[in-house]
Design a protein around this ligand. Structure first.
Ligand code: SF4
Ligand code: ZN
Length: 307
């Protein structure tokens, strides 16, 4: 297989795009495409301050690397969740993020959930009703709250996450199976800011998992290979496998599933839901983020802040 740009030996072949590229041209193509998506979906501009949520995995570190190479003002945020499970998952992922930032002279914010709030995520899950066997709903709540807090406290214009096409297609598949209008309405490459909430953007949403793994590998980015131990056996992994089977038979099916959804949304397919989802929210009296409760948001209530 030959590189379409230079005719040299291809390092990576993308069946869905009918495109094979050598290492050098692949490492140019991914950032150029990312820039195109950032502009197309109006995610952010070169004058804005971007906070990249990094987990130590290939997607978020690649995203930070790409934004840095494209000359964006992008700082990192790592949330130390205290997930150990015998493999030191959080410690190792933190080390990789810190090393990544220091090698490139970039700023990394670290929020240590145990140090700042006195609990690890697994502890919190055990002590609330939320985490019967897995701490994921508590973890999601803490991540959303803390990313948003740091973005607002430090004056970032936008919060960027490393969600790739496989992640987005799996979420879309789940939402579609339930025809969950509220979630479908909120899903997309960019979510505008709302009172108390920072704008969110997913610049990698059109690249599949394989493409990001190849980018990280070919760029020599050191990342944590293990998934979070609690991700094993999750519904989203099952959906990803189903979609990969489909993709194997019909290359491009995953991308077209996602892009057709965006197209349908643009045509107003879910528009009548808009009022319902934004109406009726209050402001948390402790942290100022939106909540459906009258006094404290779920995060502040769980952490026992201000009570
Ligand atoms: Fe948090 Fe791990 Fe669950 Fe992801 S899989 S939500 S990181 S506990
Ligand atoms: Zn709150």
């Amino acid at each position: 297989m030959k590189c379409r740009k230079c005719g040299g030996k291809a390092a990576f072949n993308m069946r869905q795009h009918k495109l094979a590229l050598c290492k050098e041209h692949y490492l140019e193509w991914i950032p150029a495409q990312t820039e195109r998506f950032i502009e197309k979906y109006r995610m952010f501009t070169h004058d804005e301050k971007i906070l990249v949520a990094v987990s130590g995995g290939k997607d978020s570190l690649s995203l930070w690397d790409i934004l840095w190479k494209l000359g964006y003002h992008a700082d990192g945020l790592y949330l130390a969740l205290g997930i150990d499970e015998g493999i030191g998952y959080s410690d190792e992922s933190r080390r990789l993020c810190e090393e990544f930032a220091s090698k490139r002279g970039l700023t990394l914010h670290v929020v240590d959930v145990l140090g700042d709030y006195g609990h690890t995520i697994p502890d919190l899950a055990r002590s609330t009703h939320r985490g019967k066997d897995k701490p994921c709903s508590v973890c999601g709540l803490v991540k959303r709250h803390e990313m948003n807090r740091i973005a607002r406290d430090f004056g970032y214009d936008v919060l960027a996450t490393g969600h790739n096409l496989d992640d987005e297609a799996a979420v879309l598949f789940g939402n579609t199976l339930r025809w969950d209008g509220e979630y479908l309405l909120r899903q997309g490459p960019v979510l505008p800011a709302a009172p108390g909430l920072a704008r969110k953007a997913k610049p990698l949403c059109r690249f599949c998992e394989r493409e990001m793994a190849a980018y990280a590998l070919l760029s020599g980015i050191e990342y944590i290979y293990d998934e979070c131990p609690f991700a094993v056996g999750s519904t989203s992994i099952y959906y990803k496998e189903l979609l990969n089977d489909l993709e194997h038979e019909r290359p491009g099916a995953k991308l077209s599933f996602y892009l057709s959804f965006l197209e349908a949304k643009k045509k107003g397919l879910f528009a009548e839901q808009r009022e319902e989802t934004t109406a009726g929210l209050n402001v948390c009296q402790q942290c100022g983020q939106p909540t459906s409760a009258l006094d404290l948001c779920s995060f502040c209530r769980m952490m026992g802040v201000g009570v």
